[in-house]
Design a protein around this ligand. Sequence first.
Ligand SMILES: Cc1ncc(COP(=O)(O)O)c(C=O)c1O
Length: 391
Amino acid sequence: MFTAARVGLFTESVIREMTRLNNLHNGINLAQGFPDFDPPAELIEAAVRALNDGYHQYAITWGSPRLRQVVAEKFAWYNGVEVDPERHITVTCGATEAMMATLLAVVDPGDEVVIFEPFYENYGPDALLSGAVPRYVQLHLDDPGFAFDPAELRDAFSPKTKAIILNTPHNPTGKVFTRGELELIADLCRTFDALAVTDEVYEHILYDGIGHTSIAAQPGMAERTVTINSLSKTYSVTGWRVGWAIARDPAVTVGIRRAHDFLTVGAAAPLQEAGVTALRFPPAYYRGLAAMYEEKRNLMLRILGKAGFRAFTPRGAYYIMTDFSGLSGDDDVAFAHRLVTDVGVATVPGSSFYHAPALGRPYVRFAFPKREETLTRVAERLHRVREVVGG
Ligand SMILES: Cc1ncc(COP(=O)(O)O)c(C=O)c1O
């Protein structure tokens, strides 16, 4: 046996496993969250330009100066926090690496990290790989705002708490944390001298007129927050693998840069350069993005309702958690397997988003960053779901 204990602590990503099954059964992949349409043409042109302009060698390990400059400018106008690109920003291989590098930089084995659940499935292995002891706090799916119990959150904090991982807008629920909730979290971070690590990759995908609030902009929080973001979702380029971590505590940034340097050295140099064009898009681009996804959300909610799923309406991001217990008595894994093999639609079983599988048993998650024609094909397939899985 050559494998180390640390990789035995978690299993392969269920999302990628569903994607593989989907390809085997010629299904429609609503498991993994990536668009089936192209990014803006200006971005593709910018990437081609960067390749022609000689960006073929390592960028500075913590990121192209031009990209860090525009990340700082955008963080000031959109999130309301001034940062120094030289001292506070590290460019990484996507938000995925930013989260891993951050936890490696701040967590000592045995430190506790508070995580809301259901959670984006990477946070579990991220916490385990960094040696953190996760403390979970429930988001209530039956509440329209996916609220948590403030007392439960308060109880999860202790002198052992090193950080809380936040994600707003939230995958998988679509929860958008309110200013009041963020103030409460900020208060606990200050009281327990804990760091907020916030994943805001869906910060522009918001519905129903709701705005985005960054915890880094709350009083006293800039110095105790790491804000993680990437090009992936906002610019429809999940395969480019360019993200960043912003930490205004210079020591935290030094730690993140050290971890990052030895994990990956750096993200693809030409795509970092193309990212400069992306981050300079005008506000109208982001309004268009949100409007496009709001239409898709509404269409998908209608499709799911018609097919007999109980859908939990997301306020942001591009996923819908659903309760399928009105359709089938299967558990979530069995149901998701039947959905892909017999109906031809791949989803993610709810248990992937919980530390205790039983908590996710009645749920599957649908991702909807897809063309209208794809969603129409999904509707046709799901039309048969009752007869296929109900029998
Ligand atoms: C909440 C969240 N964070 C991070 C990521 C991954 O981001 P990246 O592609 O920048 O690594 C995803 C992708 O699904 C996500 O849902």
